[in-house]
Design a protein around this ligand. Structure first.
Ligand SMILES: NC(=O)c1ccc[n+]([C@@H]2O[C@H](COP(=O)([O-])OP(=O)(O)OC[C@H]3O[C@@H](n4cnc5c(N)ncnc54)[C@H](OP(=O)(O)O)[C@@H]3O)[C@@H](O)[C@H]2O)c1
Length: 213
């Protein structure tokens, strides 16, 4: 499958390499597609990886991922061209954060979410929120002594969620569906919980898991 990933940061590069490792081809989108980190990424992943503008990546993707700075989503979607998302599954990995001296704070919540905002901006896309509750280091094939950690995801389209659950499984996660896209109201604050735990435990080698019997 052709995967278009909007973003050039750690998240985009890790997930892009993950899709390539699982047999897909990937185009990363950026305002500066020939930047040094993206040239290095292309060298690392080989011919299955390419880079282009946000629009080129969105157009390329049969599946698209939004992996850009959370508060700039409207600008990114405008640059990408909203029509390039029509009918497609869009995995929203973003967290709507502002950095403050006290740490990251959410700019939206708790009666709305960035995930819902993306779905409103792109009503013809099938938005699924996923991958936003863990650090980029562990997004692909997380290795923890307790087995596969859980990845919570949500979205309005059942078939889109089935596809994303299958991707999550192939990436080494146990997927947990938390309902419609309004579930992003729960998942986005979880990124702050993840950061807070990381700081207090002094480790970024952490991921969430529900215990069940
Ligand atoms: N880092 C993590 O471990 C982690 C974990 C979970 C979720 N997330 C979320 O995933 C997303 C990506 O995180 P990241 O750390 O990889 O990267 P980031 O530094 O949050 O974002 C970098 C990307 O945002 C784009 N961007 C920044 N300002 C922009 C603007 N004014 N207009 C258009 N595009 C702009 C950049 O575009 P250019 O390429 O053109 O510079 C770049 O592609 C964020 O929403 C973050 O909250 C991050």
């Amino acid at each position: 499958m052709q995967v278009g990933i909007l973003g050039s940061g750690d998240v985009a590069r890790v997930l892009g390499a993950g899709f390539i490792a699982t047999g897909h081809t990937v185009r990363l989108g950026s305002r500066t597609p020939d930047s040094e980190p993206l040239v290095a990424w292309k060298k690392k992943v080989g011919p299955s990886g390419s880079t282009g503008s946000f629009a080129a990546a969105a157009e390329y993707g049969e599946l698209v991922l939004l992996c850009t700075h959370g508060v700039d989503t409207p600008a990114v979607i405008q640059l990408a061209g909203p029509r390039h998302f029509d009918g497609k599954v869009l995995i929203d990995v973003t967290n709507p954060l502002n950095q403050t001296p006290e740490g990251p704070v959410l700019t939206v919540g708790f009666s709305d979410s960035a995930g819902e905002g993306v779905q409103r901006l792109l009503p013809k896309a099938k938005v699924v929120k996923a991958f936003n509750t863990v650090g980029s280091l562990h997004m692909f094939r997380p290795q923890f002594p307790g087995g596969p950690p859980d990845m919570f995801y949500c979205g309005n389209d059942a078939e889109a969620k089935r596809q994303v659950a299958s991707i999550l499984t192939s990436f080494g996660w146990n997927p947990i569906d938390v309902g419609g896209i309004e579930g992003a109201r729960l998942l986005e604050p979880m990124c702050i919980l993840w950061v807070t735990c990381g700081i207090r435990l002094g480790s970024w080698d952490i991921a969430f898991k529900l215990l069940r019997k």
